[in-house]
Design a protein around this ligand. Structure first.
Ligand code: BGC
Length: 405
């Protein structure tokens, strides 16, 4: 039996969402356009999603009632700046109400400023890799200042730049009419990587020039690359452009977001798909909860001294008991890392709601189920189990689950 583990004072305890995945009808975004073009990734468009653009008070009520003390959500550039240089005061006021609404319910907001989606016009002018993208990002953040200038302690500049840079490669292949690999070592787009590194720097500068108290960081998808014997050099070469270059860029930041779901084994020819004999989640990923502890240790090693916040961790499953098992083991690995001196300041579960998983609704990551017709929210057992920690400040335990080694 694992002993009870108490959370340090101030530890953030929340759930995460992203605007495009829950708001619905994000029609002015590049993803909406992508969802309505012929391509192998899209099984269904996002449509109304969870209608959280209107139902966010209900989402926040539920999270607070469940015991969470923090909520990570994103603001949508495509709504705030529908045309270049034209800003919607109504959209800015909307997100400001969310910040205030969170506090009214006892939730501290962690605000993500960019979570995968951008305005169509930004994509049409060449996206991140085109000249001046960092300037445009900074201009949007200046206009959006009323959202975060007060009552926001943590801002995430860009969610998973390492996924964005791989998506840029796929997008280019799609536009060029080439075959898109469904699994494989997608080569990050170098120009996009450079641009994202610049954009992060500019974003930190911009936010801090407006609101010096805001603690800025970004969130990196941690793949927990594990080399097979003899493939250590291959793993290092795979890891650097896909992960470490972004972790290194966090060295001067106030905090670093760790996002972990599974591990990736690396053979002599590069990353390997999860073998058929292991348990797979609804994403096809290996069930490997202790990835979280490994992700935290790796992030701490590459960005020493930077406080870490788990900004995403969770599992796509239709079996909520399995979600509890997964999360309990993940949290156990987090606690082990903290016992070994890794400086972790918070945990946000992905996701608050069953939401749009970038092309389809079937991989359900939510603590709260959402009826696709009526949008009725129903918290799952895992939501009450995980939320209660907000009150007890003691990590929850579950029956030890089967662990692949
Ligand atoms: C992203 C989320 C996504 C989740 C599960 C992360 O890559 O930030 O938007 O839904 O993982 O795939």
């Amino acid at each position: 039996m694992t002993p009870a583990r108490h959370l340090p004072d101030g530890f953030l305890w929340g759930a995460s969402t992203a605007a495009h995945q829950i708001e619905g009808n994000n029609t002015n975004s590049d993803w909406w356009l992508f969802e309505h073009t012929e391509n192998p990734y899209i099984k269904e468009p996002s449509g109304d999603a969870c209608d959280s653009y209107h139902r966010w008070p209900e989402d926040m009520d539920l999270l607070a009632e469940l015991g969470f003390t923090d909520y990570r959500f994103s603001i949508e550039w495509a709504r705030i700046e529908p045309a270049p240089g034209e800003f919607s005061q109504a959209a800015i006021a909307h997100y400001r109400r969310m910040v205030e609404g969170a506090h009214e319910r006892g939730l501290r907001p962690l605000v993500t400023l960019h979570h995968f989606t951008a305005p169509r016009w930004f994509m049409e002018r060449g996206g991140w890799a085109s000249a001046g993208s960092d300037e445009l990002f900074a201009r949007y953040l200046t206009a959006a200042a009323p959202v975060y200038a007060t009552d926001v302690t943590y801002a995430c500049t860009i969610n998973e730049p390492n996924m964005l840079t791989s998506m840029a490669t796929l997008q280019k292949a799609h536009l060029a009419g080439s075959q898109i690999p469904t699994f494989g070592p997608t080569v990050p787009d170098g120009a996009t990587t450079e641009a994202l590194l610049r954009a992060h720097g500019r974003a930190v500068e911009t936010v801090k020039s407006i609101a010096p108290h805001v603690r800025c960081g970004w969130s990196i998808a941690n793949q927990v690359y594990q080399p097979l014997p003899g493939a250590e050099d291959v793993a290092a070469a795979v890891r650097y452009p896909r992960e470490d270059v972004f972790l290194e860029a966090a060295r001067g930041d106030d905090w670093l977001g760790v996002q972990s779901y599974t591990r990736t084994r690396v053979g002599h020819d590069g990353p390997l798909p999860a073998p058929p004999e292991v348990e797979h989640t609804l994403m096809g990923w290996e069930y490997y909860p202790r990835a979280l502890g490994e992700a935290l240790r790796h992030s701490a090693a590459v960005a020493p001294g930077v406080p870490l916040i788990v900004t995403e961790n969770g599992i796509a499953t239709a079996d909520d008991t399995r979600r509890i098992h997964y999360t309990a083991d993940a949290l156990d690995s987090l606690a082990d890392a903290m016992d070994d001196g890794v400086d972790v300041r918070g945990y946000f579960h992905w996701s608050a709601l069953d939401n749009y998983e970038w092309g389809r609704y079937t991989p359900t990551f939510g603590l709260i189920a959402v009826d696709r017709e009526t949008f009725a929210r129903t918290p799952k057992a895992s939501a009450a189990w995980l939320g209660a920690t907000g009150r007890t400040r003691t990590l929850p335990l579950a029956p030890r689950s089967k662990q692949t080694t």
